[in-house]
Structures are given as structure tokens and as C-alpha cells.
Unconditional design. Sequence first.
Length: 1126
Amino acid sequence: MPETSSARTVFLGQFRLVRLQVVNWGTFCGYKDLPIDERGVLLTGPSGSGKSSLMDAHSIALLPTHDQRFNASADLSARGAKQSTRSVADYVRGAWSQTSDENDMSQIQYLRGGKPTWSAVAATYDNGIGAVTTAVVVRWFTGVENDGSALKPMYQLHDGHFDIGLLREWADREFDTRWLKSAYPAAQYPPSQTSYMNALTQRVGLGASQTGLALLGKAKAMKNVGDLNLFIRDNMLDEPDTFAAAQRVVDAFTPLNEAYETASRAHAQAQILRDVPANWELFHASGTISERAAHLLGTPVEHYLRGVHLQLIDTELEHLDEVISDLDQRLSRENEEQERKYAAFRSLDNQYRQSSTALQSLESQLQLAGLEAERRRDAYRVYSGYVTRLQRPCPHDEGSFIQLRGQLDSIKEIADIELQRDEPLRTRALGVALQATQALDVKEKELIGLQSARTLIPPIPIRVREEIAVGTGVPVADLAYAAELIDIAEGQERWRPAAERVLRSFGLRLLVPEVHKDVVGRFVDEHNMRAIVEHSTVTAVSAHQPPPAPQTLAGKLTVDRDHPSGEWLAAQLVRQFDHVCVDNARELEAHRRAVTVRGTIKLPGNHYRKDDRPEVTSPSSYILGANTAAKRAALAAEVDQLRQDAAEAGHEARQLDQRYRELGAMIDAATQVAEYTAWAQVDHASAVRAVRDLEERIEALKADNVDLQRLEVQRDYAEEKYKEAVNACARTRTAIEDHGKEQNRLIEIYEAEDRKPHTVDDAEDRAYLDEVRAGLDGTATVDTIGTVRSALRRELDHRKERAVADRKLALSKVKNAIERFLERWSDTAPDTSGDAEQSGASFAALYEEIAERRLPDAMTKFQQMISEDMVPSIGLLQRAIEKATEEIRRRIDMVNAGLRRAEFNPGTHLQIAYKASQPTEVKDFRKAVDDLLRHAPAARRDASASIAQFRRVRDLMARFTGASSEARRWRANVLDVRTGYTFYGREEDAAGVTVFTYHNTASNSGGEQEKLVAFCLAAALSYNLADDESDGRPRFAPLMLDEAFSKSDETYAAQALSVFEEFGFQMIIAAPIRMSGIVEPFIGQAVLVEKRMMPDGAHSNAAYATFGDLAARRDTELEGTIRAAA
């Protein structure tokens, strides 16, 4: 390395450029090494000599690509001029000339073109107290390309000085970067420009200020800052940390939102699955009950009931033993009582007989007479009933009896004739009544079905369609009947009867989409559909079908084209139903195919047809369209008429049947009456008179003998008591016999049943049957065992059916819950088969896992994140906004302190002034933060409060992340505290009195403008590059000024340069020789750059020059200019 200047003397601790090296940079060929004075350097020379190339070399080492601004001194005011027309590729190739060929195509000449080549730039920075960094940027072409996209980059950072001339060996080794890194391992090799810039800025005191870097790039050729407010806001103030803080809040919201979604998802999953465990348990319990009941209904219940029966018989036999024993003892007592009462009766009866021989004879006659009177009375009652059926008065003496007998043959003959005459009428009336009732029943059922029906299709085709849908799995909605999609066009209702006749068969044709053709066809073929089934396959048709002719039947119909089968059906109607519509049969002759308004059809070949079947012609049987109201009205009217017809037919049938039965009864009664041949058979009146005469004679005889009456009373009483004793004994004996028979019967049953299986070995089955029997109504006995058997079977069957129903319902609920779960969270499901029986246990366990662990854990994490992370982060963001506001004011004060060290004009200083106002959005944000902090304690304790808190946070985050212009404006006004300030320049005297205010530099003269720009630029750079410990001076001093102050006189230029010096900048100035006298007091050295033409092109060279040499050159140029002007 060439010898450098002596030890640092100014601003120790501030990084300054001490060395600039280039290899093959632009028109500088080979290696150039330029030590730089600590006070700065002037790069001067003729226009186009390469001054700006050296400035650009420093830019490529110091600045990122977007801030490098190559050839910043170029005059961009000329028409067609472009910014940054030079490129890194031009510098690497050594572009020195650009011409146009005969086709006006640009041709660039390169010093290092058509071969691999490389360039390197190194800038060394020293802070004067031991920290030295050399930043190296290398770019190379490995081939003959000139396009910048083919350039390869390499970045290096070296502690201390590094001679980039050493890179020649690397280039000679065909750019072997691996070798280079092994040869110089102490160097840092950042992989990208971004990482290089990050490392460099940390090394040389540039910090993290992107605005500071951008300003260093802009300063090279800044002539005018324009609006001072915008300049200060955009170039002096870095984007505040509030944006990063807001991004951290937004980033923190992402896991919070995920935690909320996790908790919300767990809650939703728990809600869907909450009944699964209970239903799954019920499913298994019901299955166990169903299986047990089904199992017990077989052999076990028979064995159990037989055992119960045997127990009941055994108990009953023991009871019968006790009862019979008691009856035997009672019979012994009753026999003794009977014998005593018989002895008393016999004694009194003997006494009575001895005293009443005549009376006994009369009593015997009375008994016989009473029997005869009773017989004749019964006979007369039957006889009078038969006579009543003959519709004749009953005879009261022998003459009328004989007269009636003489009329019997005539009565039978007349009745038989009428019977023969009425029998066919009766049979026919009964048949008519039955048919009317059946027709009414059919229509009433049809009307009831139509009340809720959404189609006019009859029940049988509906059944057929449902069976096909269930059997094939094809949705019913995909299987339309043609009639459901066809209706009569508006204004053509008079043609409905004809259309119903013609399209009846076609309308009941099932339309099957082509995708379902095979499965439907196979099902219909393999099953007995119990009806005629016609179906057509619906295929794709062109959307541009010809419309039907208006005078045809198809033209008077409409089709629901919104249905998937609509277009196909419309095409079929045009093709198959082009019948010309005419008013009468006479007009049919003129057409090949036609139909009258009354439904007569003419077909090709002079074939005529008309269908007048009631099931076709009745409005209640219409099938076209979907208007069920009209069909319901017609069907209701038909039902009313059928109801009236059925009532009339029933009345007539009943009358004829009643008459028929009456005639039959009359013939039967005449036959029965003829069996009575003599009046004495039914003359009960004379028999009653005989009984009365005998009773009067007995009463008279008894009245004459008082002792006989008393004796008779005593005898009759004794006889009554004796009979009572006899009856009591008889009843007891009968009871003993009955109980004995019952005992024998039960023993036989017991022995027979005992030989059969009558035990249930399984204790659980036996206990279950005992529990079922205990719940039955009534008490089980031998006599009720049949009832118990039926009731027990019914209860088992009921339990089985109820368990099957419960199992089915429980499984359905489990399946429904699983399906709802899979619809939303199939990726987290333990089983995605959808088989509830297979996966029910997994989902029941999943619910327990969610309810007991996942949901509580998710809610705990969610509450913790919102209370401990999110809300505090938002509070920190609020503090960052307040801190950024305070920082702007503090740093403006620091900059103004620096500006007060340099006079702006004699006796005045320039100050950065501002007006502060808080946007409404900031107030809204602060209110939202206060609201969050106020609810924070409740959110930590209560889940519902934390969810409400989350919604507040989410609403706030939506404003920070929204993409709308309103959201962007709100976000910028909240976070960019710079928008709350309006900046301007204020020139003030020593007393602080405002002399002038500046809002736009463009409004000043050239020199004044450049001076104001310099002051503003110095302030902006100081704001970004200085800190509290640097006394307002930048930590990084080098400031590039390319052709600066070209419009200023010496006074303005000196004032401008003085402010940079006062703020502590090291100026790297590229300027023509005429400016050397102005800049001399502010820099430490000058480098003269010149360009010479060589055989291969223009070559530049740089050498140190004294200011005396430059003054001489300046004078010489001035004299030449004067002579030229003369």
C-alpha cells in the first residue's frame, strides 16, 4: 500500500475514507491506489476525464445498487437525457465510446470487450482510534457477454488494509473463489449485497439508517430538494420503528389467531361430538339388550317360563292340600248336621201325611197342571213369533188358528216368487255399491296423497321411481318423469285434454341421465317392478335446437329447460310430437300427422286413434306440469261426486237386501207355523184356568183345618233347613271333588313339564328374566301362566324392538356427528371411512380427548397469549409511537444545534421548524388500546371475556392488515408519526427572531438554491448519521459531491461547504479545475484526472496535484477562454 498521511487529527472516532483502490474500472486500466486525506479530496480534471468514474467506484463499494447513481454529474436537462446511463457492466468492460452505425443502431466500444474480464473496487475506512475496514466489491465476466445479467459478484470485508492488486492471482486462476477464500481466510465473504451492506454499515458507523444511505447516494448530485416538508419527512426522517413494532404485533396476532382458531375449532368439535360418547354407549348397550332379548326369546324363555310354571304348580298343590284338608273336616261336621235336620223333617212330615191324605191328592194334580200350563205358554210364545214374521195377527181361538193354517201355502208361494224376482236386483245393487265404495276409497287416498305431493305423477310411478332411487343410489331429483318437465304453453290451455291423451305414455317415461344409464337399466332388469316401466337415456344435445312449429302440438307445450334433462326433452318433443293441431276430424285429412282439440289422433297410414279412458280424460288424472292445485280441485270434485254416488248405491243396496231378508224370513216362518197342527198345542189360557181351579180347592181345604196349616208350616221349614244342609254337604263334596280334580290335573301337568328342560343355567340371563317378569302387570298364578307367558314374550320383544330402535337412532346420531365432523375436519379425524360402527369408539375417545385436554389447553394457551403477549405487544406499539414522536423532536433539536454553528447568511442561522398535529386515526388507536388495557384483567380470568377481547384485537389487526386504500391510510397515519409534522426552514437572527421562512428550494436563485440545499442536506445527513454521543456529527464522515455548486458564486459555495465542514463531513468532491480555489479551504488534497487516447481506446489516469498546480492550470484555462472570446 502507498504511504498514507500522518495520524488522524480531526474527529477521532469518526469513520473517514483513507484509501480508494480500483482495478480495471471504466477507462482506468490496471490497478490504481489513491490514499485519501482525512479532510477530504478534490477529484478534478477536464470534463469526461473520469472524475465521476472514481466517484462511482466509491459508490459501488459503499452503497446498495438502488442508491449508487452512476455519473451523477451528467447534465440531465438536455432533451432525451437519462439518469444512470452508465452501468456496472460498462465499467467492467471499459466502455469508452458509443456511436451509431449505418442503421442508426448504437455501437459501444470497450477497452476489455470480447473476453473474460474483471473489475474490483476497494474503499478503506478508518476511525482514527484503531478500527480500520476495507470494503471490496469484485465483478467479473467469465465469457464474452456484455449484459449485466451475466456479471458475477463477490463481496469482501477485511479488517485493516487490503491490497486488491493481490486479486490478479485469483483472476489468473480463472476466478477460483474457493482458492481465494482459502488464501485469505481472515476476510469476511458476505454471500449477497444485502448481507454485505448489513455487515459494512455495522462496521463503519452507518447503523441501520436506510435513509442515511439513500441520502449519501442522492447527495452526489442534489441540486434542489423541492418541497422542504417532503424532503425532511422522506429523506431526513427514517421510517420509524413503529412499522416494525406494528409488524411484530401483526406477527404476534398470527399465532394468537391460530390459538383462537384452535380453541374455536376444539369448541366446535366438542359441540358436534358432545353426544357421541353417550350415544356410542347407548349403541353398545342397546345392542347387548337386543341380542340378549333375541337370544332369550328362543329356548331360554321357554325353559324359564316352564320353571316358573313348575314353581307356581308346586305352590298351588301345597295350597290345595291345605284346602282339601279343611274341606274334609267341614264335610264331616256338615254330614252330622244334615242327619239331625233330616230326622226333624221326617218326624214332622210323617205327622203331616197322617193328617192330609185328600190334600196330597189335590197338590199332585196341581203340580201336573202347572207343568202343562208352562209347556203351552212356551209353545205359544214361539208360535206367535213365527206368525208375526208372516205379518199376520196371531190367532186367539181355534177358528182363527184353522183359518191361518189354510193361508200358509199361499203366503209361501207369493214370498218365493218375490224372492226369485228380487235376488238378481239385490246382487247387482250390492256389486254397484261395492264398486262405488272402492272407487271412492282409491280417489280419497289419491287426494290425500296429492295434498302434500309436488308432482302430478300417479302413486305407482312414484313408487317405481323411489324403488329405483333407493336400489341404485341415484338421487330422486336426477330421475324426472317427462310429464314433470312439460306443461301447456301460456294461452294454449284448450289443448290440454288433447295433450294429455297424446303424451300420456310419453309423459310417464323416466328420464335417466347417461351417467346413470347402466345402473338404472340393470336394476330394472333384475327386479320385479310390479308395473310398466319405461325409461329413456338423456344424452347431450346441441343448445341450438330448432324451435317447434307454432301450429304443432309441440309448439303448444313448454319445457323446464333449467332441469339438466330439459334441452334433451325439448328436442324430443319437436321430433316426436309434430302433430298439427286442428279443430275437428274433417281437418285431419289434410295432414300426415295431426290431432283434434278433442283428442282424435291421425297417424301415418290413415291410422286414427282416440283414448277416452277415464283415467286419461278426467282432469283429476292429468299428469302434465307441476300445478297440483288444479288437479287437487278436479280430484276433490270427483271425490265429492263419488261420495254421493256411493251413498245412493249403498242406500239402494241396503233396501233390496233388507227386502230379500224379510221374504226369506217369511218363507221360513210359514214353514215353522205349519208344524203346529192343533190349537191345543198353543192354548195356554185353558191350562192356566185349570191351575187356578186346583189352587182354589187346596186353599179352601186348608182353611177348614187350622192344625194342619200349622203342621204344614213346621214341616216346610224343617224341609227347607234339611235341604240347606243337603246342599251344603253337596257343595262341600263338590268342592273337594273339584279341588281333587284340579290337584290331579296339576300333578299331571307338573309331571309332564318336569320331564322337560325348565332351568336357565346363565345367572345373568336368569336375573334379567326375573327383572323383566317383575315389571309385568298382575300376579303370576297357575291360571294366569298363559297370560304371563304372552306378556313376558311381548315385553322381551318390545325391549328387543326398542333396543334395536335405540341402537339405530344412537348409531344414526353418531354417524351424523361423524359426518358433520368429517365435512369440516377430515384431516384431523381418527378415521375417515365414515363407518360409524367402525369408528364410533375413536370419535367417542376423541371427544373425551378434546373436552378433557385439547379444549382446556387451547383456551388456556389462548387466554395466556392474548393477556400476556398480544395486549402487551399492542401497548408496546403505542409506546413505540409515542417514543418515535419524542425521537423526532429530540433529533430535530440536535440538528438545529448543529445548524446554529454555521451562519446561513451574515448574522443569521437556518433552523428546521415544524408544526405538530395528531391525526384522528392516532386518537382512535389510543382509544382502542385503552379499551384493551381496561378489559385485560377480566380477559385473564374469564373465557368469554377473553373471546370478546380477541374480537377487539382482531378488529384492530384488520385495520393494520387491510388492503383497502382506507385501511392503508389509517395504518400510515397511525404508524408513520412523520405525517403528524409539517416541516419548513426558518432563518432567524441571533435573538431568535424569524427573518425568513423557506418552504421550497426551487423558488430561490441558483446560488441561493444550492446553498439552501447544502444546509438542508447537511441537516438531513446529520439527523440520520449522528447520535447523542457524537455532538451532532455523523459517525460516518465521507460525503460525495459530484459537480456540486456549479451555479453558485464563491460566497454561496463557501457558505454551503462550510456547513458540511461544520457538521463534520469529509467531502469527496468531483469538480472542474475552476472550482479548486473555492473548495481548497475545506479539503486536504487534490487528485488530477486526465484521459488520453491510446491505440486501443481512451485511458484515464489519476495523480496527486497541489492547489498551486491547479491554480496555474486554472489561470491558463481562463486566459485561453478570454482569448477565445476576443
